[in-house]
Design a protein around this ligand. Structure first.
Ligand code: SF4
Ligand code: SF4
Length: 404
């Protein structure tokens, strides 16, 4: 029995093969093959852990066909945490089939903010050089997902400490995730400015690392644990008791990796949760934004944190009209690095989302995860749509008439 899967035996033995998980799995819906269904992956994990199947490239490939969206874990009547079983099986596969390239990426580059900065900057320069090849569609299509990277990440433009406007109601640590930092610096600036306007002193530690989700998803759980403890210490050194992030994937990961209770605990809140508290009964003037808006539920917010009402309530309050999107809680097909490895499947899932989005007739789609924003923008661009995709906090900044 492998160390990774030993603790999960009890879970997968409870699978009654009812197939309910298949009906909500976006990957199974596209591929229609039992081996990639949630219960198929549980069975595969069982075979791998008992030694009845070998950890080989075929098994690793099947395990990679999962968005870690958790729709199956939420749906399962036996409450089996399928996503945890997949993650544990990937960890086993990463140990048995070591990849020098993945190790370099996750252990040496992504775990070091300085090396990650350098690599992203290098990638940005290459984007410029490779533009002619990209225009002629000579590059792998997944490389076009982030679009042209912003010239500068958010980090250098945000002070280590931002005072509250007026009397401080609370002090919060801001976890600036990689996607917000490198892809959407405007979201980071909106988050800090909105929190300050709503009465928060915002603290951003200098030495934060990635939240560790890409490493967990790649089976590099030890690297992820090391990064989580470094982040925890960075906040503790500044005596931060509450941490918030504008990235649902980061908050879902931090809630599971930071101790949440006890004297050593640090409370992690998704920005949607904190904004709901801070805007409730707030006397500030919120200008109504003259826009028809809809909302996409990030899997890591709706499935992992059960947060669905707070962002909708806020949008209803600050926009002239809110329209519910059919299938709003269905995955957009991004799944972090999933879409890089399985671009075709990711795009098939995304197409359904874009068609549902178009049915609303909304001019703007808001969401609470920078990775979803990247994926939705890519899909809308492919469909030739002019619908705007923004973070909820950017609309709130507009409503509070915050300018940069
Ligand atoms: S829903 Fe749960 S019990 Fe049913 S097949 Fe899927 S994992 Fe097994
Ligand atoms: S986590 Fe999502 S993609 Fe993975 S098996 Fe479950 S439903 Fe399918």
């Amino acid at each position: 029995m492998s160390e990774e899967l030993a603790g999960l035996k009890e879970h997968y033995m409870r699978c009654v093969r009812c197939g309910q998980c298949r009906s909500v799995c976006p990957v199974f819906r596209e591929i229609r093959n039992e081996t990639v269904s949630p219960r198929g992956k549980i069975f595969l994990a069982h075979l791998l852990s008992s030694g009845e199947a070998k950890v080989n490239n075929e098994a690793a490939s099947l395990l990679s066909q999962c968005l870690l969206c958790r729709a199956c874990s939420v749906e399962c009547p036996s409450a089996i945490p399928v996503h945890e079983i997949v993650t544990a099986a990937r960890s086993l596969a990463a140990k048995k089939l070591p990849s020098p390239l993945k190790s370099l990426l996750h252990r040496k580059i992504w775990s070091s903010p300085a090396r990650l900065n350098f690599s992203v900057s290098l990638f940005r320069h290459c984007q410029g050089l490779l533009k002619p090849a990209a225009t002629l569609n000579l590059l792998p299509p997944a490389l076009s997902l982030p679009g042209r990277l912003p010239r500068r990440p958010a980090r250098p433009s945000i002070p280590g400490q931002t005072p509250a406007s007026g009397k401080a109601k609370m002090r919060v640590g801001y976890f600036l995730g990689c996607s917000t930092n490198y892809l959407f610096p405007g979201i980071a600036r909106s988050t800090v400015a909105v929190l300050a306007r709503l009465g928060c002193e915002v603290v951003l530690p200098q030495e934060l690392k990635c939240c560790g989700l890409p490493q967990l998803a790649a089976g590099e759980d030890k690297t992820a644990a090391h990064m989580a403890s470094a982040n925890l210490e960075a906040f503790r050194r500044l005596n931060v008791k509450v941490v918030v992030s504008d990235c649902a994937s980061c908050t879902a990961t931090l809630k599971e990796s930071f101790p949440q209770n006890g004297s050593n605990g640090i409370k992690v809140l998704d920005l949607s949760e904190l904004l709901a508290v801070l805007t409730e009964g707030n006397e500030l003037k919120f200008k109504t934004i003259n826009r028809v808006v809809t909302y996409h539920d990030p899997c890591h917010l709706a499935n992992a944190q059960s947060i669905t009402a707070a962002p909708r309530n806020l949008l209803r309050r600050i926009c002239t009209e809110f329209r519910e999107m059919p299938g709003a809680a269905e995955c957009c097909g991004g799944g972090g690095s999933f879409v890089l490895h399985h671009y075709g499947t990711g795009m098939a899932i995304l197409n359904k989302k874009i068609l549902n989005l178009k049915k609303t007739g909304a001019e703007t789609v808001a969401t609470s995860c920078p990775n979803c924003i990247m994926q939705l923008r890519h899909g809308l661009l492919k469909h030739g749509s002019g619908t705007e995709v923004v973070s909820v906090v950017q609309l709130l900044a507009e409503s509070l008439e915050i300018t940069f």
